[in-house]
Write a protein that binds this ligand. Sequence first.
Ligand code: PD2
Ligand code: ZN
Length: 283
Amino acid sequence: MSNQQITPALCDWIVEQARAGHRPEAVLEAMKSSGWREDIALEALETVLSGMVEEHAQGPGLSPPNRVPELLLAGSSPRVWAHDREVSILMSMREPRVVVFGNLLADEECDEMVELADQRLARSHTVDTSTGDSEVNAARTSDGMFFSRGEHLVCERLEARLAALVQWPLENGEGLQVLRYRPGAEYKPHYDYFDPVQPGTPSILKRGGQRVATIVTYLNTPTRGGATTFPDVGLEIAPLKGHAVFFSYDRPHPTTRTLHGGAPVLEGEKWVATKWLRVGRFD
Ligand code: PD2
Ligand code: ZN
């Protein structure tokens, strides 16, 4: 072959071969037998395949990371003042960013929230990102409801504490969602951000932009089961009344390692209040 140039057409062909599952050695052999010099073929293969690996790791066309909620002076003290209450920092992890809070809510505040939510429970919905609508989802067998922001004094207090704890505007938070899991109910592992490749996502993002953090507050202590799990890092947070788990994700991508789920409740009920934080105002 006289023209030994690495052209876009050659690169596309290599990508096609790799996507079809052909091993690099086989693609190299195929190139050599159609007349490519071994050094040129190797260079083309290396360039294309390393680009594919990087794209896979970071996600195609990834936008720059978002600013995310974070604790003030993280790690410097086991207790922090959050609006009107001293909250304990029980555990913190860097990657994924996960922090467990103790004493976020008093027992009476948890009970009040459960009582207020109980009257309005319905089978949980999740957002269907292919349409932007909400739908009943088999991966989430809990019952749930949403409070609007500041709907009751107890919601207002929790929201103010969370805003102070993670230094994020109260207006960027969605209303609190309360979930009740009965024995056997679970929430299969998922990401809380909206998948950018789904067709319904742009419409969801018009109100407040992407989600960048989640705080799950435990409103009771189930007798057995119901941990919040992070399968990518083998982490399990035990659900304890008044405690909460915070995690943030600076981009809507699995590299944040924020895959998480609610393990099945084995005995008793589990009640949680989830707050999702958006990058912008959620009006
Ligand atoms: O209840 C939980 O532990 C849990 C687990 C995963 C809640 C959520 N996700 C959520 O509300 O997003
Ligand atoms: Zn979740």
